[in-house]
Design a binder for this molecule. Structure first.
Ligand code: IFM
Length: 471
């Protein structure tokens, strides 16, 4: 196998390497992307697109509270209106279907569907029922995430993910949702990116609820994973035909030099970003190196918790965006050493498709019980503008091609990868970065809510059409 996914892609299909729409996407004939059962879809999340935060009995979430605090979100943006998807969902699904996308990954807003006593909120539930029924009518495969960061504020008021009880409340919520929505969901993901909830939310405070303490982060992570473990058997009982899994964001860390200290730093980076979540899920234990990085932060773990957390999964969702080049910090940890002269996105993240392939093949070696994988998010932000009714997001087309080539390489190396979701269907509320960062393959004008299909979406649609015609 060659080392560079971009180079391999260029060799195999030189015409498409520049990301121009005029060049058809023609992956090599043996590419797994041609497989009809390799699912290609797009993803979104409730708080990032729905808006309507005060409607039909929705309760406040931690992101409503956090984004209302001055200085927490760029330009003071909030998710109050977002893409107004709560009112525009029908047109948005039409758009998704017209692009030929075969799968849609969405999340449910917990504060929309239950009151403070756990009593179901019919109006909120009906919204998701209508949405999922319509997706099924359109023959779109549905991946539903139960928790994509919008914790009900009343639970945060009782300690949030620092309170073990939140894990049990989550299992109640999973019970309600799977009883109500059984039959319309193809795959349930309990959590999206527990690393972000635990570390950004409780470890460095960049995300809601905005607490900053390493010990909080490890305890919040434990309760998040426990919530996942408690929910899986509930989902299995209520909706046996669906797949059950969890979604983890993963990070590639590469050493800044060959020195043993920098190699160790890169290892610790990946322990902190990947093994912290994957080891408990797939090995039933936290990686001990984590506590070398953060001495004295071992979470309180009760008897039986690790068995609950490591119950078998039907799939593992993987979200990948970039790599980080690191060096030793001279003590127990690592520090970022940004590389110069590399391609970056609007987020400042390095474009590094090989990292996705290398992490996936590495996981296959490390975890003998690695479940089937879906790439549940991959994509990039760019400062997209509408000109004469078009958005020429050339860098995104090139980004997607190179990452899809990396996925193909991982499949050829023996990793069981069953699908790929673009992040994101449309521009949306990018958390602490507000609306400035645009990740969509569809552009959203937030002053009019007009959607404009970007060149990247046209490109994906074209490929899907061709694949269908060849099937
Ligand atoms: O927008 C987020 C998403 O909510 C979770 N994964 C990463 C994306 C880009 O930052």
């Amino acid at each position: 196998m060659a080392n560079d996914a971009s180079a391999v892609f260029d060799t195999l299909s030189p015409a498409v390497s520049k990301g121009s729409l005029a060049d058809p996407f023609t992956p090599p004939v043996d590419s797994s992307l041609w497989r009809k059962n390799f699912l290609l879809g797009a993803a979104t999340a409730s708080y990032q697109i729905e808006g309507a935060v005060d409607e039909d009995g929705r309760l406040p979430s931690i992101w409503d509270t956090f984004s209302a605090k001055p200085g927490k979100v760029l330009a003071g943006d909030t998710g109050a209106v977002a893409c107004d998807h709560y009112h525009r969902w029908e047109a948005d699904i039409e758009m998704l279907a017209s692009l030929g996308l075969e799968g849609y990954r969405l999340s449910i807003a917990w504060p929309r569907v239950m009151d403070t006593a756990g009593v179901p909120n019919r109006k909120g539930l009906d919204f998701y029922k209508r949405l999922l029924n319509r997706l099924k009518e359109k023959d779109i495969t549905t991946f539903v995430t139960l928790y994509h960061w919008d914790l009900p504020q009343h639970l945060e008021d009782r300690g949030g993910w620092l309170n073990r009880d939140t894990a049990y409340r989550f299992a109640d919520y999973a019970d309600l949702m799977s009883r109500e929505l059984a039959g319309t969901v193809d795959a349930w993901a309990t959590l999206n990116e527990p690393w972000c909830s635990a570390y950004l939310g409780y470890g460095n405070g960049h995300h809601a609820p905005g607490l900053a303490n390493d010990r909080f982060a490890t305890q919040a992570m434990h309760h998040l994973l426990l919530a996942h473990g408690l929910a899986v058997p509930v989902l299995r009982v209520n909706d046996p035909a669906s797949q059950k899994g969890i979604v983890a964001n993963i990070g590639r860390g590469t050493p800044n030099s060959d020195s043993a200290a920098d190699q160790r730093a890169a290892h610790l980076f990946e322990v902190q970003h990947n093994a912290w979540i994957l080891d408990p899920l797939l090995k039933g234990a936290y990686p001990q190196d984590l506590f070398e990085l953060w001495p004295g932060t071992e979470p309180l773990v009760l008897d039986g918790d690790m068995q609950t957390i490591s119950a078998p999964l039907d799939f593992l969702g993987i979200n990948y965006y970039f790599r980080t080049n690191v060096a030793s910090d001279g003590a127990h940890g690592f520090r970022d050493v940004p590389l110069e002269g590399v391609e970056r996105t609007q987020m400042g993240w390095e474009v590094y498709p090989d990292g996705l392939r290398d992490l996936l093949t590495g996981f296959k070696r490390t975890y003998h019980n690695l479940p089937p994988i879906y790439i549940t998010e991959n994509g990039m932000a760019s400062d997209d503008q509408v000109t004469d009714g078009h958005v020429d997001d050339t860098q995104r087309i090139s980004f997607l091609k190179r990452h899809l080539a990396a996925v193909d390489q991982a499949i050829k190396a023996g990793v069981d990868i069953r699908g790929y979701f673009l992040w994101s269907l449309m521009d949306n509320f990018e958390w602490a970065f507000g609306y400035e960062r645009r990740f969509g393959v569809v552009h959203v004008d937030y002053s009019t809510q007009k959607r404009t299909v970007k060149r990247s979406a046209e490109w994906v649609a074209k490929f899907l059409k061709e694949r269908k015609a060849r099937a």
